[in-house]
Design a protein around this ligand. Structure first.
Ligand code: WT7
Length: 568
């Protein structure tokens, strides 16, 4: 029997009060995610239950019980407090998927500070703009990443502490650098958790838009109410499960469902901190007897490419339930997974801003391959007309996805950017910026984004950020960045550039420019192709028309170019 039971029964009279009740939370109480994910589980008598099974390079393994998680997060919290970090200060977590990332996340929350996780593959420029925007007070990182912080430290007088968790004592520490070692620190048994309440800020995740710098999505401790229940009903997590969320906590899936959801339910989860390969993934599932697996379409498509025969080399019979998020999950991938794993990947749709799952497929529900499923109970969702913003009654007609605000995990604002936050609401609807249609049975079908943001392998990349970085390269005069179709990643970054006089177009320069972006921004943002052009299509007032270049890449009708010539 699945946790959700019958969807139709659940949506009748649904109220988030149900989740509050299960979590024994009452309006006005203290609510701290760090406490819920460790101390509470221990109080329920599950302190000895494994919380984290971690595997790094070369098969090195570390295991932590819920009591270990409680102690480690206390210890990190205590250390941070000792440095003078207090409630609402921003603390960046800039690490690979090492245990300190997961434990540090809870430690930051326990002192009431705001956790700002950033993807460890970010280059110095990507890192800088996000630390600058948040005026981050401390960053917790590893030796291998500290060079990127050093490169920009002079520009960040507000950054008081650079904490290195794996310092070997060999290299000298530089200005503002401190060492913290979980293994050598005295475990803190008694810890005073900061009395955060529902609206106390918890997590700041950065997400990319079409224009402007990345936006800091501000979440609060009350988000737990949604994350707990969606993890319980959609991921169907049950007491004996071994859960694997493949996402990195640098992104929202990796925190909402790679830390908060499972641990608030007292579920054992495992983490693989090595690169992707079909063999290493299947081996990991086999070895840990993974039962619930939450992953992403790009990974599933890569597994598909590796073939069905490969699956047979492993014993994956432990798998009970599979779910996916981040980008469109094509029907073929759903059908294939059902064939080879004996159960389909169930699609879920949500975003950094929504904090928890919005449109979902759950166990027991009829799966329509290619569809995102139906609104989670308590979520009022529709599609609205792109011009009038009125709900569309007609099944099959494409419009903008729209949600009635009010679920617990919804972002509270964009950090220092109330104006953009407000622009996301029209006629009382929150518009996530995607297009879809609803069929006659209430299933939602994704048709595309409503902006120029590139979704590469489930990661959003802002064309604006890449264009700006390209302009910093000595050879580039002008640039335009669009998505290009890709079999596995669905979209990859493509750049069109015009060169400054004296620079020779050619493969050497292409490689140099690619590397320049990879180091400055990240491997995700690196253009997979650079096309040299003599000039870029522009509107009369000189704005570059990405849409035209995009249409050309996707072999779409360009339509009436006279309207494109006008500024919008
Ligand atoms: C955007 C959000 C929260 C998960 C990680 C991504 C796209 C997300 C789906 C899906 C089609 C999807 C949307 C959305 N997206 N899930 N199931 N089908 N598209 O979070 O980085 O904030 O990206 O990813 O375009 O707006 P994110």
């Amino acid at each position: 029997m699945s946790n959700i039971g019958s969807y139709d029964e659940r949506i009748k009279d649904f109220s988030w009060a149900l989740s509050e009740k299960e979590l024994e939370y009452r309006d006005g109480d203290v609510i701290n995610i760090g406490w819920y994910c460790s101390d509470r589980i221990c109080q329920q008598g599950n302190g000895d239950k494994p919380a984290l099974i971690w595997e790094g390079l070369g098969g090195v393994e570390k295991r932590y019980t819920f009591n270990d998680v409680r102690l480690a997060s206390n210890t990190i919290g205590h250390f941070l407090r000792g440095l003078g970090i207090s409630a609402e200060d921003r603390v960046c977590l800039f690490m690979d998927k090492i245990p300190e990332l997961y434990l540090g996340f809870l430690g930051v929350l326990k002192i009431g500070a705001i956790a700002q996780p950033l993807f460890s593959a970010f280059g110095d420029e990507s890192l800088y703009v996000r630390l600058e925007n948040a005026r981050t007070k401390a960053i917790i990182t590893q030796r291998k990443h500290v060079g990127k912080v050093r490169k920009i430290v002079e520009k960040m007088p507000w950054l008081e502490h650079i904490i290195i968790v794996d310092h070997d004592g060999k290299k000298e520490l530089k200005e503002r650098e401190t060492v913290f070692s979980l293994e050598n620190a005295d475990p803190v048994e008694q810890f005073e958790i900061h009395p955060t309440t529902a609206e106390s800020p918890s997590v700041l995740h950065y997400t990319s838009g079409t224009t402007g710098q990345p936006k800091g999505v501000k979440h609060v401790h009350y988000s737990l109410i949604s994350q707990y229940l969606t993890a319980r009903w959609v991921l169907d997590l049950q007491d004996g499960d071994i859960y694997w969320c493949t996402a990195d906590p640098g992104w929202v899936t990796g925190t909402s469902y790679g830390i908060i959801g499972p641990w608030s339910l007292g579920i054992t989860q495992c983490v693989l901190d090595t690169g992707f390969s079909p063999d290493s993934w299947y081996k990991f599932i086999q070895k840990n007897r993974v039962t619930v697996w939450y992953s992403a379409p790009t990974a599933i498509r890569s597994l598909m490419k590796a073939g069905s025969e490969k699956v047979k080399e492993y014993d994956l019979s432990s798998l009970r339930h599979l779910a996916s998020v981040g980008e469109p999950l094509n029907a073929e991938a759903v059908i294939w997974s059902e064939k080879v794993f004996g159960r389909p990947f169930l699609d879920t749709y949500w975003q950094t801003e929504t904090g928890s799952m919005m449109l979902t497929n759950f166990p027991g529900m009829k799966v329509k391959p290619g569809s995102m499923g139906k609104p989670f109970p308590g979520i009022i969702a529709t599609v609205v007309d792109v011009d009038t913003f009125e709900p569309i009654a007609e099944p099959g007609k494409v419009g903008l996805i729209a949600f009635k605000p009010g679920w617990p995990a919804m972002m509270r604002t964009y950090w220092n950017n109330e104006e953009t936050y407000n622009s996301k609401f029209i006629n009382g609807w929150y518009l996530p910026g995607d297009r879809a249609h609803i069929d006659n049975e209430g299933y939602f079908w994704f048709t595309g984004r409503d902006d120029d943001v590139i979704n590469t392998g489930g990661h959003l990349v802002s064309p604006f950020e890449v264009e700006s970085a390209l302009l910093e390269h000595e050879a580039v005069a002008e640039s335009a960045v669009v998505a290009k179709p890709d079999e596995v990643n669905m979209e990859v970054v493509k750049a069109f550039v015009t060169l400054k006089p004296g620079f020779e177009p050619g493969p050497d320069l292409e490689l140099k420019i690619m590397n320049f972006i990879r180091k400055k921004l990240s491997p995700l943002a690196m253009p997979q192709e650079i096309e040299y052009v003599d000039n870029l299509p522009k509107t009369r007032s000189g704005k570059i028309m990405r849409r035209l270049l995009h249409a050309r890449e996707w072999g779409e009708e360009i339509g009436d170019t006279s309207t494109l010539e006008d500024d919008e």
